[in-house]
Design a protein around this ligand. Structure first.
Ligand code: C5P
Length: 291
């Protein structure tokens, strides 16, 4: 049993996102094709034996109390273990933009669950960690394992998918953020929406057909964005103009990403996108994270 661990927290992207209807408790039934990328945060976690949970981060404006999902995750883990003296020092290197739809807070929470589980001799299996994650947020169960998954229910019903075909991913985040709850409210009032072809997307992934995957990238939230978010459309068009095979907003935004067949095209597009957005990253899809 070690005392210290470094855990990566990969960002997540939605290749497609569908809202199927409403659930109890203010949630919605979703169907999403989720992917992890190599870009993400890093958390250094050190065990404490006095029950204290402390978070340090270079970003002064990030909350360091229970409002930060990394701290909440440590609290949930301590409770599940039933060891009041278990605590942690967490040093968070934040790279995933906040309010981007890239699951940054959820990825950090999942990393804390995995890290504390390892540091305490793996008392919980992956399934239990995902269950603990759901108490923290709807995307946390996915972030516990990451990789290529179909996520249904609130986001916690996870089925493995083949990896998308080899490609480069360019992510660009407009400077504004979008409130998740307000976008869900806007979608409730909209009938007869266009829906993503999720089965077709999965078929294209099975066949290793990058063009087929790219053509089917679709997020129902893009259709209900308020006028103040029209930069999302502008960023998507810019990605396509610079050679992306497909481009879509991830989660409830505001980040948009595009798929490129080669690194050269992706790097060139990233340079061009930087005149529209400060936050531009070139990355790639990665597989499942070991629990
Ligand atoms: O679960 P989480 O706290 O991350 O969800 C944030 C908000 O997103 C919820 O309060 C709800 O408004 C919305 N949401 C939803 N249905 C989901 C997931 C999230 O309506 N499946």
């Amino acid at each position: 049993m070690g005392e210290h661990i470094t855990e990566k927290a990969p960002a997540k992207l939605n290749l497609s996102l569908d809202v199927l209807g409403r659930l109890e408790g203010g949630y919605h039934a979703l169907r999403m094709v989720m992917e992890s990328v190599s870009f993400g945060d890093t958390l250094e976690i050190t065990l404490r034996k006095d029950g204290e949970i402390r978070l340090e981060t270079g970003l002064a404006w990030l909350p360091r109390d229970g409002r930060n999902l990394a701290v909440e995750a440590a609290r949930v883990f301590r409770e599940a273990l039933g060891e009041e003296t278990l605590g942690a020092d967490i040093l968070l290197t934040k790279r995933i933009p906040v309010g981007a739809g890239m699951g940054g807070g959820s990825a950090d929470a999942a990393a804390v669950l995995r890290g504390l589980n390892r540091l305490t001799g793996r008392p919980f299996n992956g399934e239990k960690l995902r269950e603990l994650g759901l108490a923290i947020g709807s995307d946390v169960p996915y972030c516990v394992c990451g990789g290529s998954r179909l996520a249904e229910g609130r986001g916690e019903v996870l089925s493995p998918l083949p990896m998308p075909p080899e490609c480069r991913v360019v992510i660009a985040k407009p400077s504004f953020s979008i409130s998740t709850a307000s976008l869900f409210a806007r979608i409730d009032g909209r009938a007869g929406r266009t829906r993503p072809d999720t089965a077709g997307m999965i078929g294209a992934m099975e066949q290793g057909d990058l063009g087929g995957v790219a053509r089917r990238m679709f997020n129902v939230f893009e259709d209900v964005l308020p006028r103040s978010c029209r930069d999302v459309g502008a960023v998507r068009s810019a990605l396509l103009d610079h050679g992306a095979l497909g481009a879509v907003m991830t989660g409830t935004g505001s980040a948009v990403f595009g798929l490129f067949a080669g690194d050269g095209e992706a790097q060139k597009a990233a340079v061009a996108l930087r005149s529209l957005c400060r936050d531009v990253t070139v990355t790639e899809f990665v597989g499942e994270i070991e629990v």
